[in-house]
Design a protein around this ligand. Structure first.
Ligand code: SF4
Length: 213
């Protein structure tokens, strides 16, 4: 008789005893904290310096990220790079990661369509994000989009209403939520696309100001 697969409640049992970014990245490859690992290609862990003063958190890896094993390297990553450049923030001085480390998608023919991760999957994956933040200890934490923002501030948080507001919390002295770069790509027309991009850049300029010269 086939053994029924049983996933644990979250990623905690897969965390290494001691935290460092290389150890966490290595351990995350074997995470079975939720079911998303079953269909995804690989774990996409965060990338950047452990000394970064700013950490950006997105939602989850997309199709390109899943295949390449690196965060923010697909179309949304290119928007992110453009927005960082417009705001004068160097990506090499940042740490970039996602609230969920495996690609959540729905197969549609040969394509894999992005599927918003469930609340339980975001919760299951949060020990990795908390461990990354415990190592990097950023001055500024930037939450890109609703999933990342709600993973920190809870399900009632609305990016549309509270975008750009600087708060403080246990994870960083300054925490700010803004659009996910993919919101620029999803905008229905060029005018809205420009507006969303400009708002993202304005929030990143505020981040640059918080970091100081
Ligand atoms: S999404 Fe997160 S919790 Fe789920 S298997 Fe992947 S790394 Fe583990």
């Amino acid at each position: 008789m086939a053994t029924k697969r049983r996933t644990p409640g979250d990623a905690t049992p897969f965390l290494p005893e001691r935290f460092s970014l290389p150890k966490l990245r290595e351990a995350s490859r074997d995470c079975r904290g939720c079911d998303l690992y079953l269909a995804a290609t690989q774990t996409v862990f965060g990338e950047g310096s452990s000394r970064a003063r700013v950490v950006f958190v997105g939602e989850q890896p997309g199709d390109s990220e899943d295949l390449q094993g690196r965060p923010f390297v697909g179309p949304a990553g290119r928007v992110f790079d453009d927005a960082l450049a417009a705001a004068g923030v160097e990506r090499t001085e940042t740490y970039v990661t996602n609230a969920v480390k495996h690609f959540s998608f729905e197969p549609r023919g040969k394509a894999r369509l992005h599927k918003r991760p469930r609340v339980g999957e975001v919760r299951a994956c949060s020990p990795w994000l908390r461990a990354e933040l415990a190592v990097v200890k950023p001055d500024v934490l930037v939450l890109l989009g609703a999933v990342a923002a709600q993973s920190v501030w809870g399900p009632a948080f609305r990016v549309t209403k509270e975008r750009g507001v600087v708060k403080s919390g246990e994870l960083a002295a300054a925490i700010i939520a803004t659009h996910h770069p993919s919101a620029v790509l999803r905008a229905p027309d060029s005018e809205t696309r420009k507006q969303v991009f400009d708002e993202l850049v304005a929030d990143l300029r505020a981040v640059k100001k918080l970091l100081g010269p």
